[in-house]
Design a protein around this ligand. Structure first.
Ligand code: NAD
Length: 488
């Protein structure tokens, strides 16, 4: 499937309701990861003057037209946006796939459903930002309002660009904020194409703007004195830089959705087929380029032989499902670029002397693109890089264990804490582990899963704050207390 959209048409910035030529003259090119052919050139690196323009337009929208919208008018904008996406989203996801390599087979079901549900979910929250009331027992009535923060910026990762835009923009706009989005420099096209749909849906100019550029552009947002919040998704290393830049500039609010090294724990009594299916899908979805990838698999000794046989077979067979991401029938695509593939291959090569390689271990033969074989290692040592660091590729490690205490200690022996999965039929054990595992989300008989309705985010170095559900709304607003003197 090809896209009807031309990448060249999206080599501008989207500011104040229109595509404009960037003031900065610096640009860069991107390649299609399926064969490393040139996908687009001339993508702007937005500079200080471009960011200042975006902030100026955002402030004008925030204080001007957007502030006059009633909650129901904001809902109507969201509903029109959802309707527009019925026809406009698929070509945009196809355009995005040209540099992200995200398989188009995910577009009609997963991506579209996720994005549509996100818009519909948050469209219902616009008129439910109720506050508090405290009586005048001390002679003063106290009212509490949840007010928007103002100009917010989203800095997004490469692996789910369009969905990430909506996950951040929907709660931000539902609560009356305005937002500047910077997609990853690797995958900017879909976000840039989506931008104009907000204006078509009736959101005033300046409410949602999109700029492009690498980390240096992101840093300009993080240190800007008139941006009030950064909602960041990406690596731990970058998250720390953003936190520091926010602290050193204007103490803007920061939400950080960072990396993971998610454990999946399979006990002897687990439903084997269910455990194999979830753990394989949990490492192969988006070719492992997923924050919640089930990259550490712990299996109890009694079921280990059967599980490892079934798991490694499924991982080995999956190489046949890898192919051209623009082919609607292909399940798994490439790694986003040659640099990322090299990084993953380096980690895999360094692991070979330590752990037992069960499956894969190299690039997919006969391809010109950045394709990595599904790869599984058995029993790496506790300090092995492949065991401790996020790989962000289709590479997992399996460790065997005997007792619950032993596996709990191993699962928690990490600075990451995003997602975990526990596979068992024992409800009591499942509930016990759901308390003691140190992660923001725990799946019971499932893993690598998020729900729009419930908070999502990391413990420890996997993040600060929460996205999804009502919790995201609280992090885009701040309470203001009004005290009324009843004696005056
Ligand atoms: P990355 O940290 O390299 O880049 C993310 C974004 O930060 C990009 O837009 C980049 O341009 C920008 N950036 C880089 N340096 C910056 C700086 N100094 N100041 C401001 N912005 C800067 O991450 P990536 O490689 O694009 O994405 C992969 C990472 O994202 C993985 O660690 C993955 O686990 C994580 N991730 C987390 C979630 C989650 O919800 N927790 C979801 C998806 C991805």
């Amino acid at each position: 499937m090809t896209t009807s959209l031309n990448p060249r048409d999206f080599t501008k910035l989207y500011l104040n309701g229109e595509y404009v030529v960037a003031k900065s003259t610096e640009t860069y090119s991107l390649h299609n990861p399926k064969d490393n052919s040139l996908a687009v050139e001339g993508i702007p690196v937005a500079g200080p003057a471009d960011i200042d323009d975006a902030v100026k337009f955002a402030e004008a929208a925030f204080r001007g037209p957007w502030s006059t919208f009633t909650a129901i008018q904001r809902t109507e904008c969201f509903l029109r946006l959802a309707n527009l996406l019925e026809t406009e989203l698929m070509p945009i996801l196809a355009l995005d796939s040209l540099t992200s390599g995200i398989p188009l087979s995910l577009a009609p079901t997963r991506e579209k459903t996720y994005i549509r549900n996100c818009i519909l979910y948050y469209s219902g929250w616009t008129d439910k930002q109720k506050g508090d009331y405290y009586p005048a027992d001390d002679g003063f009535v106290k009212l509490v309002r949840h007010e928007p923060l103002g100009v917010c910026a989203a800095i997004n990762p490469y692996n789910s660009p369009v969905a990430c835009l909506f996950l951040k923009a929907a709660p931000a706009l539902a609560t009356g904020n305005v937002m500047i989005v910077k997609p990853s420099e690797k995958t900017p096209l879909g976000s840039m194409a989506i931008a104009s749909l907000f204006a078509k849906a009736g959101f005033p100019p300046g409410v949602l703007q999109v700029i492009t550029g690498p980390g240096s552009t992101g840093a300009l947002l993080a240190e800007h004195m008139r941006i009030r919040k950064i909602s960041f998704t990406g690596s731990v290393t970058t998250g720390k830089k953003i936190q520091a830049a926010a602290a050193n500039s204007n103490l803007k609010r920061v939400t950080l959705e960072l990396g993971g090294k998610s454990p999946a724990i399979i006990f002897d009594d687990a439903n084997l087929e269910n455990a194999v299916t979830w753990t394989v899908n949990g490492i192969l979805a988006r070719s492992g380029q997923l924050c919640v990838a089930a990259s550490r698999v712990y299996v109890q000794n009694g079921i280990a032989a059967k599980f490892i046989e079934a798991y490694t077979k499924r991982m080995a067979d999956a190489v046949n499902d890898i192919g051209d991401p623009q082919d609607i029938n292909v399940k798994y695509g490439p790694i986003v670029d040659a640099g990322q593939l090299q990084r993953i291959q380096g980690m895999v090569d360094r692991a070979k002397g330590d752990a037992k390689l069960l499956v894969g271990g190299g690039p997919v033969a006969g391809t010109q693109g950045n394709y990595m074989q599904p790869t599984v290692f058995l029993n790496p040592s506790n300090d092995a890089e492949i065991y401790r660091n996020e790989i962000f590729g289709p590479v997992s490690v399996i460790k065997t264990f005997e007792t619950e205490e032993e596996v709990l200690a191993a699962a928690n022996d990490t600075e990451f804490g995003l997602m975990a999965g526990v596979f068992t039929k024992d409800v009591t054990r499942a509930m016990r582990l759901s308390s003691s595992i140190e992660s923001g989300v725990v799946g019971i008989n499932c893993v690598s899963l998020q729900s729009l309705q419930a908070p999502f985010g990391g413990k420890k170095q996997s993040g600060v704050g929460r996205e999804f559900g009502e919790y995201a709304l609280r992090l885009f607003t701040e309470p203001k207390t009004v005290i009324i003197n009843m004696a005056a």
